[in-house]
Design a protein around this ligand. Structure first.
Ligand SMILES: C[S@@+](CC[C@H](N)C(=O)[O-])C[C@H]1O[C@@H](n2cnc3c(N)ncnc32)[C@H](O)[C@@H]1O
Length: 269
């Protein structure tokens, strides 16, 4: 019943905004674990994709870090001004700021508790986290070389507004690197059409659903252990669904192809 009500209300932009803000505010506030750095489902590279060595080969959340690592490889970042929209707990920002050495890296997130946590646990040259909305980016026009957006825009109230804000803050030749899923094939087609009419030029799009499924399977055991350790017993079932563990509806719909997950690269001309 509750699920049905939430799905019905999710048709309204105000509810999507409210839902994203409340969910992620609560997560960072109530689970301040300083070794939990990512909230994406992870990425396993294709066999023909050049293998990029991941520094310090992390023991946990390695695949979530790889989601950032391989996405970031789609643009030149060294010495550039980079903005991440929906930076969450900041692990991706820290990795890119350290590994790809941009001139500056701003992580923007709607959830102030996530921003406070990220500022507390991640430090690197040029790295900062600020609170703000993807639909009203608190930065000047034409000020950013590259924007990253990792598994975040499915929750925005108005995706067209987000894309027009991206276009506004990007410099000419600036790039948007984006990965996200949609909960049906129809909604992915809708999103692809929104990208087409955004005024940004698309350089590439890839269906990376199998890569995400593979990473969920590879990390399943350690993820379930961490949920048992970090999440109170009465919330574990709900959290398993949110975390997309093997057996969850999220995982099953990814695996059977009804929930597509894509990677896009666009440029502002
Ligand atoms: C699934 S998490 C992904 C976090 C991070 N990108 C990662 O991969 O670890 C989605 C993030 O998007 C943020 N978010 C949702 N709606 C937003 C909005 N309108 N503006 C900025 N951030 C938003 C959430 O607060 C959350 O931190």
């Amino acid at each position: 019943m509750i699920k049905f009500i939430i799905q019905t209300f999710k048709r309204f932009a105000w509810f999507k905004r409210f839902n994203a803000k409340v969910t992620y505010e609560l997560l960072a506030k109530n689970i301040p674990a300083e070794d939990w750095h990512f909230m994406n489902y992870g990425y396993t590279p294709n066999i023909d994709e050049p293998l990029l060595a991941v520094p310090n080969d992390p023991k946990i959340q390695k695949y979530s870090l790889q989601m950032y690592h391989y996405l970031a490889a789609k643009a030149e970042l060294t010495g550039k001004h980079v903005l991440e929209i929906g930076s969450g707990r900041g692990g991706g920002a820290k990795h890119i700021a350290t590994y790809y050495k941009p001139a500056s890296y701003i992580g923007l997130d709607i959830a102030s508790s996530a921003v406070v946590l990220a500022n507390k646990i991640h430090h690197a040259t040029g790295l900062s986290f600020i609170q703000g909305s993807a639909e009203k980016i608190p930065l000047p026009d034409s000020s950013i070389d590259v924007i990253l957006n990792v598994e975040s825009c499915h929750g925005y109230g108005n995706v067209d507004t987000f894309l027009s804000e991206v276009k506004r803050v990007l410099k000419p030749e600036g790039k948007l690197l984006l990965v996200d899923f949609r909960n049906s094939r129809e909604n992915m087609i809708l999103f692809q059409n929104q990208l087409k009419k955004s005024g940004l030029q698309q350089l590439s799009q890839e269906d990376i659903t199998p890569n995400v499924v593979q990473s969920i399977e590879a990390e399943d055991e350690s993820k379930k252990e961490r949920i048992k350790k970090l999440i109170p017993a009465r919330w574990q079932k709900l959290f398993n669904e949110f975390a997309g563990v093997v057996g969850s509806t999220f995982y099953e719909t990814l695996k059977n192809g009804t929930r597509p997950y894509y990677r896009f690269v666009l440029v502002k001309k």
